[in-house]
Design a binder for this molecule. Structure first.
Ligand code: BES
Ligand code: MN
Ligand code: ZN
Length: 507
C-alpha cells in the first residue's frame, strides 16, 4: 500500500487531489468551515460561492471537485453525513464515494486533510486507518481477464495531519503501516476469490495454501481424496463425488508469538469452488455467482497470511473444506446416507445443502485434531440469510457468548457488519434425521439459516464456536446492491479484516 503520513497542511502536500471532509450542514451553518479558508483562497473563492449556493451540503455520497489554477491539482469536498451519526464507518463510506468518483481521472496522488475526518470525535490513528481502508478497498478492480487492460491506476495516499494532529505523527504512522499490510492481504485474497471455478479448483486452492506455507514458513497439510477416504471424511467425498476435480481438505497452522499459554483458534472455511446444487440442481439465473461459494475458505487463506505477517500472539489453525458440487454419474444423491468424520451419519435430503456436509468433516476434524480453545467458521451457507439480512450484514450463530460478543466488538471496529441469530434446541430438533443421525435439510421453507447453524453445532463437540453465514456479504454481483460504497463488484473478502481484529484481541 503506497501510503504516508505528513505533518503538513493538506494543501502543502504535493498531490493531484486534496480532499477535505464536510459534515452535513444545518440551516444555521452560514459560513464556510474555517479549515477550508486556504483552499477557498486557492480556488479564487469558488468554495465560498458554492457554499452560498448550497451546492455543498455535506450529505452522504456527495463529492464536489474543483480545479486549482495551474491545471494539475484539484480540491475535493467529501460529504460526511450528519455529525450525530458520524463514525469510522462514515469515514470509510465517504472516502469510498470519493474513490469511485476519481476512478480513471488521472489522480496519481491524493492528500487527505485528517482533522476534517475526525471531527474531534475519532482518534486520529483510527480515522487515518479508516481513510486508508475506504480508499484501498474502493480502488480495487479485478482485471485479470481483460485483454485490453490498462495499467492499474497507481495512487499515493498522503494523510495530512495539519496543525491539529502534527504532534501525534508517531501514533498514526505505525498503525497506518500495519493497516496497509492487512489491506495488501485483503486485496490479494480478493484476487483469489474472484477466480472462476475452471481455474480455482480444490487442488488450485490447496496449492495457494502450500505456496503461502513456503513463503511464510507455515505448516500446510493437504489431504487428497485417498487420504480423505482413509480418514472417514464422507461429507467431503460425497459432495465432491460428481466433479472431475476431487475434494481436498487443507490445514494451515500458524504458531503465534504468544508462547505456551497462547490460545488456539481454529478458523474453518466452506470452500465449494462451484455450487450447481448437484442433483438437486439450482435454476440457471444467477448460477454463475456460485463460483463465489468458496468465499469462506478463501477468507481463511487471507486470515492465515495476515496473522503470520503481523505475527499475532494467538495460534491459528486454518481449515479449508474444498469440493465442487456438480451433478454427474458419481454424484451423491438425495436419500443417500453419508458418514462424516465425527462418526455421525448425515441423511441427504437435498444435495444443494452441501456446505454443511463438507463443514461437518472440517469442524469435527479441527476439534478432534487440534483441541482448539475456540472455533470460528465462515460459510456462504444459506440463501435464507440473504433474505433475512441482505448484502450488508452477515449472520452470526454461536454457542458461546464470549466468542459471539468478541466478534460483535471486532465488527464495530472494521465495519464488517454481523447480526446474531438464535441457536436453539427447536432448530436442533428440526435437523434430526429419519434414518440417519441428522439430515442436511428440513425441506421446510422456514428458519433456513438457523437450522443450518443448528446442524453445524452438532459437529463441534461442545467447543466454544461461532458460525458466520456470509452468503449475502461475500460478493457483490451487480448494482443496485446494498453494500458499502467501498465494496466494488466481485468477491469482497468479507471476514478477513473482522477475524484479524478478533484474533488480535483473543487472550
Ligand atoms: N451456497 C448456497 C447458499 C447461497 C445461496 C449463498 C445464494 C449465496 C446466495 C448453499 O449451498 C445452498 O444452496 N443452500 C440452500 C440450502 C437448502 C437447500 C436447505 C439454500 O439456501 O437454498
Ligand atoms: Mn448449495
Ligand atoms: Zn453452497
Amino acid at each position: 500500500m503506497d501510503v504516508a503520513v505528513e505533518g503538513k497542511e493538506a494543501l502543502e502536500v504535493d498531490a493531484d487531489l486534496i480532499a477535505f471532509g464536510v459534515v452535513e450542514r444545518s440551516e444555521k451553518d452560514a459560513l464556510l468551515p474555517s479549515y477550508l479558508k486556504e483552499a477557498d483562497v486557492a480556488t479564487g473563492g469558488f468554495l465560498t460561492a458554492a457554499w452560498d449556493r448550497k451546492e455543498i451540503k455535506g450529505k452522504k455520497g456527495e463529492v464536489t471537485l474543483h480545479p486549482l489554477p495551474g491545471g494539475r491539482r484539484r480540491i475535493a469536498l467529501v460529504g460526511l453525513s450528519k455529525a450525530a451519526d458520524f463514525s469510522l464507518e462514515s469515514v470509510r463510506l465517504a472516502i469510498g464515494y470519493l474513490t469511485r468518483q476519481i476512478r480513471g481521472k488521472g489522480v496519481r496522488s491524493l492528500s487527505v486533510h485528517l482533522p476534517s475526518f475526525t471531527l474531534g470525535k475519532l482518534l486520529p490513528e483510527e480515522a487515518a486507518k479508516a481513510i486508508l481502508d475506504g480508499h484501498a478497498l474502493a480502488a480495487y478492480e479485478f482485471t485479470r481477464y481483460k485483454s485490453e487492460r490498462s495499467e492499474p491506476e497507481k495512487r499515493r495516499l498522503v494523510i495530512a495531519l495539519s496543525k491539529e494532529h502534527v504532534r501525534v505523527k508517531d501514533r498514526v504512522a505505525g498503525p497506518l503501516a500495519r493497516e496497509g499490510r492487512i489491506l495488501d492481504t485483503v486485496l490479494w485474497t480478493r484476487d483469489i476469490g474472484n477466480l472462476p471455478a475452471d481455474t480455482a479448483t480444490p487442488q488450485f486452492l490447496a496449492e495457494q495454501a502450500l505456496q503461502l506455507g513456503k513463503d511464510l514458513k507455515l505448516k500446510v497439510t493437504v489431504f487428497d481424496e485417498k487420504k480423505l477416504k482413509e480418514m472417514g471424511c464422507g461429507g467431503l467425498l460425497a459432495v465432491g463425488g460428481g466433479s472431475v476435480h476431487p475434494p481436498r481438505m487443507v490445514i494451515i497452522e500458524y504458531q503465534g508469538s504468544g508462547g505456551r499459554n497462547a490460545k488456539t483458534v481454529a478458523v474453518v472455511g466452506k470452500g465449494i469452488t462451484f455450487d450447481s446444487g448437484g442433483i438437486s440442481i439450482k435454476p440457471s439465473p444467477g448460477m454463475s455467482e456460485m463460483k463465489f461459494d468458496k468465499s469462506g475458505s478463501v477468507a481463511v487463506l487471507g486470515i492465515l497470511r495476515a496473522a503470520a505477517e503481523l505475527k499475532l500472539r494467538v495460534n491459528v489453525v486454518g481449515v479449508m473444506a474444498l469440493a465442487e458440487n456438480l451433478p454427474g454419474g458419481a454424484a451423491y444423491r438425495p436419500g443417500d446416507v453419508v458418514k462424516s468424520y465425527s462418526g455421525k451419519t448425515i441423511e441427504i435430503l437435498n444435495t444443494d445443502a452441501e456446505g454443511r456436509v463438507v463443514l461437518s468433516d472440517a469442524l469435527a476434524y479441527a476439534v478432534a485434531k487440534f483441541n482448539p480453545d475456540q472455533v470460528v467458521d465462515l460459510a456462504t451457507l444459506t440463501g435464507a440469510c440473504v433474505v433475512a439480512l441482505g448484502n450488508d450484514i452477515a449472520g452470526l450463530l454461536s454457542n458461546d457468548d464470549r466468542v459471539a460478543n468478541g466478534l460483535l466488538a471486532a465488527s464495530e471496529h472494521t465495519g464488517e457488519r454481523i447480526w446474531r441469530l438464535p441457536l436453539t434446541s427447536v432448530h436442533r430438533d428440526m435437523v434430526k434425521g429419519e434414518v440417519g443421525d441428522v439430515r442436511n435439510s428440513t425441506e421446510l421453507p422456514m428458519a433456513g439459516t438457523l437450522t443450518a447453524g443448528a446442524f453445524l453445532s452438532e459437529f463441534v463437540n461442545g467447543k466454544p464456536w461461532a458460525h458466520l453465514d456470509i452468503a449475502g456479504t461475500a460478493w457483490v454481483a451487480k448494482a443496485p446492491q446494498y453494500c458499502p460504497s467501498y465494496t466494488p463488484p466481485g468477491y469482497t473478502a468479507f471476514g478477513v479484516r473482522l477475524l484479524l481484529n478478533y484474533l488480535e484481541n483473543v487472550s
